[in-house]
Design a protein around this ligand. Structure first.
Ligand code: GLN
Length: 198
């Protein structure tokens, strides 16, 4: 099984490290044709406007939409979650349209600026009892999620920070920056299921 990490910009190297630590073959993806050999793709954190512009230039956006419709697993972390969202509440006129794949509405930079970055321990029933340490860096808030999107985790104040919708996963934080690999393992199960069915 081979998992891709979109490597146009942002924190792709860290995701590749975690996948390799888990013994999974991981590849940096920059071209649409590189998606064909994969069982899943992680879209990392970074700058969503830049990633969207580059994804458009390299025709990765069209290809990802077509693959997603066939059940291809895609996980967006932070800026990656913005790319997957059906609606970005506070977009600006220069921002290219996202992939629009998930029934979620997100608001960019909802927790403040870089200096307002924080860490929290999340209850994530899908990952088991132990709280998950989550790092938020200029994170988007998931303002709402509608079926078939299901909420996997919230902050103590009720803010949605992780959502699954069939073959799609969105987390507004950075699971690749800690040593807890359970979100990566969760995504790998989605990829294994896709690979078995493909
Ligand atoms: N603020 C960034 C954006 O809106 C996301 C930050 C991140 O991915 N850590 O694209």
């Amino acid at each position: 099984m081979k998992i891709g990490v979109l490597a146009l910009q942002g924190a792709f190297a860290e995701h590749i490290c975690v996948l390799e630590r888990l013994g999974v073959k991981a590849v940096a993806v920059r071209r649409a044709e590189e998606l064909d050999a994969l069982s899943g793709l992680i879209i990392p954190g970074g700058e969503s406007t830049t990633m969207l512009k580059l994804a458009g230039i390299y025709h990765l956006d069209e290809k990802l939409k077509a693959l997603s419709a066939k059940g291809f697993p895609i996980w967006g972390t932070c800026a990656g979650a913005i790319l997957l969202a059906g609606e970005v509440g506070n977009t600006n006129p220069n921002m290219p349209a996202g992939l629009g794949l998930m029934k979620i509405v997100v608001r960019r930079n909802a927790f403040g600026r870089q200096v307002d970055s924080f860490e929290d321990k999340l209850k994530v029933p899908a990952l088991g009892e132990a709280p998950f340490p989550a790092v938020f860096i200029r994170a988007p808030l998931i303002e709402s999620a509608e079926p078939p999107a299901e909420v996997l985790a919230r902050l103590g104040n009720g803010a949605i920070v992780a959502v699954r919708q069939d073959n799609l996963l969105a987390t507004s934080f950075h699971p690749e920056l800690g040593l807890d690999d359970r979100f990566h393992c969760y995504f790998l199960k989605m990829a294994e299921a896709y690979q078995a069915y493909r």
